[in-house]
Design a protein around this ligand. Structure first.
Ligand code: ATP
Ligand code: F6P
Ligand code: MG
Length: 518
């Protein structure tokens, strides 16, 4: 496989520090802390690989087919003959190009974690005419899925001359319960203009053995898997089984989630589109409540454990008085509570708009009604309708206790913000994701997820994107910007925030909610 010995002095699974070509660096670098070293080591267990050099430079590498198929032949990349790329200064990504996980550093800090830069390589490990690829989409919908499908098909065909691409219908279970169909550039030509997934999706049904049996039986050698955290965990299992069986099959994950809760990557595709669509609902709520006396608008947006959509939609709109997200506990009654704030805004402005992420206040809703802990087919907890609950609570409080009638307008655009086609910038983002995945698979990388890290597309070990979930950090500046813009109560004791207790509690809670079985 492509690996520059001079650059990466060590190729090891256990991150042993080594003396390298970088010893002439300008600044003395601090060694990695024991905690960091342990964390990296834990991640370095197969399938991801990790290399650390003496100056604290760490490469968290992705597996390559030659790791378990050392005699695999390579071929010149057909892009060498591509007209489109003929005048590109550097068509191929050098094996030394890496992307830094942290972009803000101090002069004495270790160089830190890096990922392999995504893009076409000089050598490929598949002959174009021998590729049989497949594409599958799993989990919930998200704007842009069809663009990713289209660009995998068009990228494979246009850049690499591959014309055997299968569509797997209806998610993971489609591998073993449905017939496949052929995907051609012509067939997928205008699917990016539609919302949803052209291939259909499902939750549950991941059976690693049955899936890999089918991959093997159908002679598939490149598997493109589009889906969220659950899907990527499934992709890792498929990769491991493929390796165990010694198959020449590249497994590439394309991260998808409307909630923007996938770790490491800058942002998930479709997120901007969803935030934009959410503006329409917020605007409608604002127009409604402005036009009546004591108007209270409640808008419920998606966000199971992460309130990114609600936070960004609030910040973008400026018509929102209060934003409630799962990461930030809130309370209704008493001093500093939501009721007091609503009353104050009604007195000041005559109306109030509240945006609520669906996962916020779940514990209150559960307390107020008899509930059974229901799960979807993938094992994700089914949420209770916090929007409806909150609307009722506000109505009851003002009518019964304050003797003040409010005009409640509850808007639930949950599915509307994700069932739409992606906007222009998401379309371009989806294209880059798809092409990165195609280049990676053709170059023989496997068991990887693609995504932008500090705006540069990289190949990331799957375990890295599934080990934690991205959440809104209450101690980060973005949440402070929101609080400053809405002037809403933080519902937090400032000592707790300062000590970072809040984030820890939330992370623990999220960990407790983690799926243990599917
Ligand atoms: N831990 C796991 N191991 C193997 N497969 C999994 C795991 N978790 C989920 N899956 C499979 O991945 C698929 C999608 O999972 P899930 O429904 O949780 O959605 P997701 O990919 O997390 O997307 P999203 O949450 O953004 O809608 C399902 O087919 C499910 O069986
Ligand atoms: O109703 P569905 O299709 O299971 O999807 C709902 C869930 O999917 C997500 O969009 C992504 O996980 C969540 O925000 C939401 O709770
Ligand atoms: Mg998920």
């Amino acid at each position: 496989m492509e690996l520059s010995v001079s650059f990466f002095a060590v190729r090891s699974h256990s991150c042993v520090p080594a003396v390298t070509a970088h010893s002439n660096l300008k600044f003395q670098r601090k060694p990695l802390t024991l905690r960091k070293r342990r964390a990296i080591r834990a991640r370095a267990s197969d399938p991801s690989q990790c290399q650390e050099t003496g100056n604290g430079f760490v490469l968290e590498d992705v597996p390559h087919l030659t790791n378990f198929l050392p005699d695999l032949p390579s071929y010149p990349n057909p892009l060498q003959k591509s007209q489109a790329y003929a005048i590109v200064k550097q068509t191929f990504v050098s094996s030394e190009d890496v992307v830094a996980e942290k972009i803000v550093v101090q002069k004495d800090s270790p160089r830190g974690v890096h990922f392999r830069r995504a893009g076409p390589r000089e050598k490929v490990y598949f002959k174009s005419e021998e590729v049989r690829a497949c594409v599958v989409t799993c989990g919930g919908l998200c704007p842009g899925i069809n663009t990713v499908i289209r660009e995998i098909v068009c990228g494979l065909n246009g850049m690499y001359g591959v014309d055997d691409i299968l569509g797997i219908e209806g998610g993971y279970r489609g591998f073993y319960s449905k017939n496949t169909f052929q995907l051609t550039p012509k067939f997928v030509n205008d699917i990016h203009k539609r919302g949803g997934t052209f291939l259909q999706t499902s939750r549950g049904g991941h059976d690693t053995h049955k899936i890999v049996d089918n991959i093997q039986d159908r002679g598939i050698n490149q598997v493109y898997i589009i889906g969220g955290d659950g899907t990527q965990k499934g992709a890792a299992l498929i990769y491991q089984e493929v390796e165990k069986r010694g198959l020449q099959v590249a497994v590439a994950g394309i991260p998808k989630t409307i909630d923007n809760d996938i770790a490491v990557i800058d942002k998930s595709f479709g997120f901007d589109t969803a935030v934009e669509e959410a503006q329409r609902a917020i605007n409608a709520a604002h127009v409604e409540v402005e036009s009546v006396e004591n108007g209270v608008g409640v808008v419920k947006l998606m966000g199971r454990y992460s309130g990114f959509i609600a936070m960004y939609a609030t910040l973008a709109s400026r018509d929102v008085d209060c934003c409630l997200i799962p990461e930030s506990p809130f309370y209704l009654e008493g001093q500093g509570g939501l009721f007091e704030f609503v009353e104050q805004r009604l007195k000041e402005n005559g109306h109030v708009v509240i945006v609520l992420a669906e996962g916020a206040g779940q514990e209150y809703v559960a307390q107020s009604m008899y509930t059974v802990d229901e799960k979807d087919a993938s094992g994700n907890r089914l949420l209770l309708d916090a929007g409806l609950w909150l609307s009722q609570q506000i109505k009851d409080h003002f009518t019964k206790i304050q003797k003040m009638a409010v005009n409640m307008k509850y808007i639930d655009p949950t599915y509307m913000i994700r069932a739409i086609p992606s906007n222009a910038s998401d379309n371009i983002y989806c294209t880059l994701l798809a092409h990165s995945a195609v280049h990676g698979a053709m170059a023989g990388y496997t068991g990887f997820t693609v995504g932008p890290v500090n705006s540069r597309h990289a190949y990331i070990p799957i375990s890295r994107v599934t080990e934690t979930q991205n959440i809104v950090k209450l101690t980060d500046r973005m949440w402070a910007r929101l609080l400053a813009s809405t002037n809403q109560p933080s519902f937090l004791n400032s000592d707790e925030v300062m000590l970072g207790k809040v984030d820890r509690a939330i992370i623990e809670e999220i960990n407790n909610r983690k799926i243990t079985s599917i």
